[in-house]
Structure formats: C-alpha cells, structure tokens
Design a protein around this ligand. Structure first.
Ligand SMILES: Cc1cc2nc3c(=O)[nH]c(=O)nc-3n(C[C@H](O)[C@H](O)[C@H](O)COP(=O)(O)OP(=O)(O)OC[C@H]3O[C@@H](n4cnc5c(N)ncnc54)[C@H](O)[C@@H]3O)c2cc1C
Length: 408
C-alpha cells in the first residue's frame, strides 16, 4: 500500500452513532479522520507506551502504523503522493493520538518540518525528497536549530556552513535534535555568513537538508541525551561534514525566514497535542473521581475534587477554540502568528493544569506508572519549554501585538 495515498482508504464514512465514546465532540472538525486515528491508536494502549517509556525506546511500531496509514504525509500535496490536507486535519490527528494516551512527539516533526522544503525547495528537491517522504520510504523527522550556547537566541548559533566548490563544509554542534537517530534526513540551520558581516543578525543563516544516512561517521556524530521523558533527543556534532550544495533549501542567507515560516504550523500542531493531553487527563480524572470511594462516597462528590476538574475542562475548551481558530487562519493563507502563539501558550497551560489536577485527583495512585499519569505528566510538561518557552511567547505578544518596548 502506498502510504501517501492510503489516507482515504483507512477512513470509514462517519456517522454520529459510529463514533466511539472517546472521539471528538460533534462541533470539532474532521470527525472521520478522528475516528480512524482513534481506531489505529487502540492497537497501542497504555501498556505499549509504558514499555517504550521504561525502555527509553523509539515507538517504531506506532510510527510505522501511522506512516502506513498515510497520516504523516497528510500535509504533503497530492501531486507528490500525499493527502494534501490542511493543518486543521493534521492538528486533529495529533490531538487524537494524545487524547488516546499516546505521544505524537515520536514523529510529529515530519508534519511541520517538510513545510520548509515544500515552500522553499526547488521542483527537483521536492520531487527527490517529498515523494519518498509521502510514500513512507524516507523519514524527515529531525530539525537541527537549537545550540548549547545560543539557546532561544537563534541568530547567535555558531554552526557554520562554508561553501567549497559544489559542497558546503559544516562545523559546529546542535543540541536537543530530537529523533536524529531515527530519521533519514535532517533540516539544518547553519551560518553561511558571520553575524558581524551581515546587515541584520537574522541574515546570513541558511537551511540545508542533510542526508543522515550518508553523513553518519563522515563528519557527523549523534549522541543521545537521557531526559525525564522518552523523546529520542540527541546532541549532534559536525566536524567538516560535507553537504552537497544542491541540498541548500531556498536562498543562501535567507534560512532564518525560511524556517520562521514553519514555526506557526509547529506551534499550532503542538498546541493540538496539548489539547489532546488535557482531554486525556480530564477523562482519566473524571472516571476516577466517580469510582474512587473514600469516606463512603465517591471523591468526585467533594467540590474540592470536582471543581479543579471543571476548571481544567473550561480552560482546555477555551484553548481549543484558539487552536481551531489559528489552524483555520493558517489554512486560509492568512497571517496567524498572533493566534498560533496564543494557541500554543493557552493549550500548553491547559494541559499542564489538567496534568496537575489529574495527579492530585488520583492521590498516591497517580504516582504509580501503571496508571500512565506520571508518564503523561512528564510528557506534557515539555510544552512549557519547547518548541518555544512560555516567556518568549509572552514577550512576542507584549512586543509585536501590544506594542510594548522590546524586553531583550
Ligand atoms: C526534549 C526536548 C526536545 C527538543 N527538540 C528540539 C528539536 O528537535 N530541534 C531543536 O532545534 N530544538 C529542540 N529543542 C530545544 C527547544 O526548542 C529549546 O529548549 C527551547 O526553545 C528553549 O531554549 P533553551 O533550552 O536554549 O532555553 P534558554 O534560551 O537558555 O532559556 C532558558 C530559560 O530562560 C528563559 N528566557 C530566555 N530568554 C528570555 C527572555 N528574553 N525573557 C524572558 N525569559 C527568557 C526561557 O523562557 C527559559 O525558561 C528541544 C528541547 C527539549 C527539552
């Protein structure tokens, strides 16, 4: 089965009474896709995620199933073998994965990273890479931007790419390059002109598609980083790595702008995952609060227990409206930086609020790994920091939306 073309095959005609209990509310978009994703995720229950988490293993079977069903190619245009769906559909897929207790972080990057290639790649580059990505033959899961010394200040990155004839020679280091060990390709941001020799510090950066299969051991070293969550993240070292000049994406020196384009999509998709997490935590807490009897009555009869659940529910529903709004603007080709940032901020806050509430509702049992709460708690905490930290979103809104003085 050609993965990129398979999406319509896995989706049954949706009817209201067809929907499983965990599926989306009727007001939500893409009910058919949601139903099909819920069905796929049923093959990967809590036990599966618990085991890969305990082993710090890559959820290869899950990623394979998603790829085969065509979900990771949902944003690739039909002319390259994808489904050509919009961002709202991709958001629905990721939300349902998280709402079912899974974690899309093992593969979500492919959805938004390929946007840079799609928008700025040449026709030949798209033909060469997008088609096999859509067919599930190549993985574009790695995104090398963050560096140890630069942090959030992306323009301060020190990894350089120097043109020598028909190649660029790359030297430097990236950190937190997730999934690099499980990806065939990596989108890399490097400096092609020194920061003190360009008019604006955002200039002089360039984007490359690095073929990791060819690069490993020939100037590229990948070292896993052990973290509090199972995220397959790594640090990557470049030591005179040669990258063919034909792998430059877009215009040399315009790389910052090229990747910036994709960041709204990334924020909206991660926000959708947060909504899925929040809904998982709320459902889990509600069920437990109804069934756990203490002092001869369900704990959920106490307002001290039910109010935090209701508050988390209200916060997640409000955040979801912003996620849907941002995705709709994105799909309409309208400017959505403000909305994408607010969606990420509100959804990450809602999922963290729900996570804390869920742990508290479960008392001591919330700490037992077999309940999956402590795992999801660790996983959803990441989104206060990555892919952009809460403070930087607030700084963006303060400066660019409200016109307050720049704080940094
Ligand atoms: C598990 C994981 C996976 C990741 N995956 C990837 C990946 O695949 N590819 C990739 O390129 N990156 C990845 N990242 C990196 C991630 O995007 C960064 O960690 C994040 O953007 C924050 O940058 P930093 O860690 O360097 O924090 P810093 O920039 O060092 O900031 C530290 C703290 O200071 C705050 N701060 C900094 N400056 C300001 C300011 N001006 N005003 C107010 N507060 C400020 C920040 O909010 C933050 O809380 C990942 C990170 C993690 C932890």
């Amino acid at each position: 089965m050609r993965a990129g073309l398979a999406l319509t095959n896995v989706i049954p005609a949706a009817t209201a009474d067809h929907m499983p209990e965990t599926s989306a509310a009727p007001t939500q978009s893409h009910a058919e896709i949601r139903t099909a994703v819920v069905r796929l995720c049923a093959d990967f229950p809590g036990e599966y995620w618990r085991q890969v988490d305990a082993d710090r293993a890559y959820p290869a079977a899950f990623v394979q199933a998603l790829t085969r069903a065509g979900y990771l190619a949902c944003l690739v245009p039909a002319e390259y073998g994808g489904s050509g769906l919009g961002l709202a559909a991709a958001a629905a897929i990721l939300e349902e994965i998280h709402k079912s207790g899974g974690n899309g972080a093992a593969c979500h990057a492919q959805m938004y990273v390929m946007g840079t290639l799609l928008r700025h790649g040449s026709a030949a580059q798209k033909e060469r890479w997008l088609r096999p990505i859509a067919a599930g033959e190549l993985r574009l899961q790695a995104f090398g931007v963050t560096e140890p010394a630069a942090g959030t200040d992306t323009t301060a990155i020190r990894t350089t790419a120097v043109r020598r004839g028909d190649r660029y020679v790359v030297n430097g280091q990236k950190v937190w390059t997730s999934r690099a060990e499980h990806s065939d390709l990596m989108l890399l941001l490097a400096r092609t002109s020194p920061r003190d020799q360009v008019a604006k510090k955002t200039a002089g950066l360039s984007v490359f598609l690095v073929d990791l299969r060819l690069a490993r051991g020939k100037g590229l070293t990948i070292r896993p980083i052990r973290t509090m969550l199972n995220h397959a993240t790594t640090e990557v070292f470049f030591d005179d790595l040669e990258v063919p000049a034909e792998n430059l994406i877009g215009i040399e020196g315009n790389g910052f702008r090229h990747i910036l384009d994709g960041m709204n999509a990334e924020r909206i998709l991660i926000a959708a995952e947060c909504i899925g997490d929040a809904r998982w935590f709320i459902a889990k807490a509600t069920d437990y609060a109804k069934s756990r009897i203490v002092f001869d009555r369900p704990i959920g009869q106490n307002q001290g227990v039910q109010f935090p659940i209701a508050r988390a529910y209200a916060a997640s529903e409000a955040a979801d409206l912003m996620v849907q709004h941002a995705a709709a603007l994105y799909d309409a080709g309208e400017s959505c930086a403000k909305e994408a940032n607010m969606a990420k901020l509100l959804a990450a806050d809602a999922s963290w609020q729900a996570a804390d509430m869920c742990l508290q509702t479960h008392g001591g049992f919330g700490f037992a790994s077999e309940y999956d709460i402590e795992r999801k708690f660790r996983e959803t905490r990441l989104y206060q920091v990555a892919p952009i930290s809460t403070n930087l979103i607030l700084a963006y809104l303060a400066e660019h939306v409200l016109g307050l003085p720049r704080s940094y």
